[in-house]
Ligand binder design. Sequence first.
Ligand code: GLA
Length: 404
Amino acid sequence: MRILRKRHGGVVVASVLALALSGAPAAWAADQDPPPRVANGLAKTPPMGWNSWNKFACTIDEQTVRRMADAMASNGMKDAGYQYVVIDDCWHGPRDAGGFITYDAKRFPSGIKALSDYVHAKGLKFGIYSDAGRLTCGGRPGSQGHEFQDAKTYADWGVDYLKYDWCSTGTRNAEEAYTLMADALRETGRDIVFSMCEWGTAKPWLWADKVGNLWRTTGDITDKWDGKHGYSLGVLPILDANEPLHPFAGPGHWNDPDMLEVGNGGLTDTEYRAHFSLWALMAAPLIAGNDIANMDEATRAILLNTDVIAVNQDPLGVQGRRVRDDGDLEVWSKPLADGGRAVILFNRGAAPQTIAVNWTELGYPASLKAEVRDLWARTSLGKMKERFAAPVASHGVVMVTVKP
Ligand code: GLA
């Protein structure tokens, strides 16, 4: 049996998986934890990078990808930790006579290997996209029946990250399908982060930590604050679906509430700051989804806030969670490796409101003196006891660290 460890705030979430049935060695005493189940030892902190889909969808081509790599390497993003340049759907050509996948020679005339070399020469890593079904969501050839061939092709091209989607899978079993591709990737001997895009349908948080490094927990994000828009969801419903899954995330295996919309124009800067802050605190992958070669100052200041990024990349690797829900007013907390907490005061309401957090809600004694730093004002607020309170804009956050 596997019991997930007691987490911050005294909440015990026990996910009991029948490891006995899955062939785990029988040598542990009953009071011992089983050895950790790891996929491949990669992504010890949430992956950071850029992906083509949210902004470019199927209009992606090699020039655009090169421009994004140039931008990431020179605009501060690389120094801030962004690393993976990932082409999403629609790079594919047909399969050749031997069944190997080719690329769209109109959009990628130099070929995927040359593009990967270009990205690597910038000191960055290269990612690509496929699908566990016969066709990708954009109708290009999927990997079903070609898993080992495709993994070999990706490794030959120098791929460091694979996003693997779930369209056209019919009655396939998700765990089986993702495990098959994970085996194929492992067989190549190359380190390839495995991003599973199954939308949460088969509850991947219950089984995917031994298969890959991140799994989507919801349908697709769209550049809107709230609501459902066709198959896509605004920021708030994704946030609320991803939050309760916090016990299942940890180093090497992350809940993925989908890529960032920061900078795509559908939200206010205040809302984008909230989106970025909450994703960072949930230890979500920070995959920019905008045109990073053409960012205004506000967008740049959000994506390049290294204080907020440090919370996301904290080596303890705990997904933060909501510790208080007063309707429109919420307090979120994430324990950090140094014993501190990252805290978000979040106002969903239509008017500005003051929100307070008590130390006891963070698992600290009220008498504790702790240093409070405002991560958006980027200033220290000094030592405080008992509580911290601040006015919070409508749809906004105040994000601080509280360090004893
Ligand atoms: C699905 C995925 C998206 C994107 C598209 C591409 O909808 O969830 O993230 O990869 O397919 O077609």
